[in-house]
Design a binder for this molecule. Structure first.
Ligand code: 5CU
Length: 379
């Protein structure tokens, strides 16, 4: 571990692979890439996004630009995932063939990337594959896709949204998928796309702020909570789930969740453990932009084991335990700076935050910057 312990590893960084960008260009409905009257390409993916969309360019698909961004910010390795909305809008047969092709494309994207200069056995790019998770897809097609991803040496996990095959991630139909993914040792990266009911945002134009700052993390919070409530982690204790945006509001709400469960006759005896226990079985990116938020998340993860049962005596949590489950991320190519600056504010803020978390020593900071990711992804 010592030789690699100072590497900076980005676990939250996206791409629209060229094949996927072409698919978006071929569409006339959202999600799509359109060319406006000035000849500029625009990306339109979010619900209620102004129909003109926003500028999109090679930073979204060109591997050279990903590597330049990494060089500029001192990032040694990136675990690249396809960006939302993945294959959600396709028919089952189109989703199956797109997943197979895009997984192969991503393997090539990663396997032919340069080696890390200080560690020749590592490449600079690894990836999360895609499953054809759409309503109506057969279970065997999804399991075939899990098999394909685990056979591709540079894909270390898979990214998924919150809809599953139409009924969310607590759908019992997904049990064989969790089983297969856990057995294959793949990391599941859970990422939002839909946000929450847009009526909550009112009529004032606040750009993308409310759906991205609140809607995205609330969506993740709901999806992860439904997974906990469905007993996924009791049935699949080896499942490795990584939550985008530091798990949204889940760390903040987990004691309230535990209390609501304890007071509800429908679920009070359903789970093997107090809800707070499961937060210590999950992994979190450190994409929260503030040292206090990072410290809080690590505190909540740290205390999780003391909730193994309601009889367990609580011990004061050491936030260093939780730091083992958090990992640096950038969300590139999203959140580009509004005016040209050398370094991206979104990246610098996350790095500075990791560096200034009260109670984390150098070891914890190095772990969150890269050591944890190297371990989790077996690099
Ligand atoms: O800015 C955005 O729309 C996004 C997005 O769609 N997906 C993401 O991962 N981050 C930001």
């Amino acid at each position: 571990v010592a030789r690699t312990s100072r590497l900076l590893v980005d676990v939250h960084t996206h791409v629209y692979l060229p094949r996927y960008a072409d698919l978006l260009r071929s569409r006339t409905n959202v999600p799509r890439i359109l060319t406006n009257s000035s000849g500029e390409e625009r990306l339109v993916i979010l619900k209620d996004e102004p129909s003109g969309g926003r500028p999109v360019g090679p930073q979204y698909w060109d591997r050279g630009q990903k590597l330049s961004f990494m060089d500029k910010h001192g990032i040694d390795i990136s675990l690249v995932s396809s960006a939302n909305p993945w294959l959600d809008f396709l028919s089952p047969s189109s989703a199956e063939s797109a997943a197979a092709d895009l997984n192969q494309d991503l393997e090539e994207y990663c396997s032919s990337s340069p080696a890390v200069s200080s560690e020749a056995s590592l490449r600079r790019l690894y990836g999360f594959g895609l499953l054809p998770l759409v309503p109506g897809v057969s279970s065997s097609a999804v399991l075939e896709s899990v098999k394909q991803i685990s056979s591709l040496p540079h894909l270390k996990g898979l990214i998924l949204g919150t809809r599953g095959v139409g009924k969310g991630l607590d759908d019992p139909e997904l049990n064989p998928v969790w089983d297969a993914v856990a057995q294959a040792g793949l990391v599941v990266f859970l990422h939002p796309h839909y946000g929450v009911d847009a009526r909550a945002w009112g009529d004032v134009d606040n750009g993308h702020v409310l759906p991205l700052a609140l809607g995205f993390p609330f969506e993740t919070t709901v999806a992860a909570t439904r997974m906990i409530l469905s007993g996924v982690f009791d049935r699949h204790p080896n499942l490795r789930l990584l939550l985008a945006h530091s798990g949204g509001a889940l760390p903040q709400l987990s004691s309230r969740l535990a209390s609501c469960i304890a007071h509800d006759p429908v679920v009070a005896s359903r789970l093997k453990h107090d809800a707070r226990y499961y937060l210590g079985k999950i992994y979190y990116d450190a994409v929260s932009y503030g040292p206090e938020e990072m410290r809080f998340t690590s505190d909540v993860i740290s205390r999780a084991d003391s909730y193994v049962s309601s009889e367990t005596a609580r011990v004061a949590a050491d936030c260093k335990v939780g730091a083992k489950r958090m990992m640096f991320g950038t969300d590139h190519p999203f959140f580009p700076p509004l005016s040209s600056t050398e370094m991206w504010k979104s990246v610098v803020e996350n790095l500075n935050s990791i560096d200034t978390v009260q109670g984390w020593g150098q070891q914890e900071k190095d772990s969150v910057r890269g050591g944890n990711a190297l371990e989790l992804f077996g690099l």
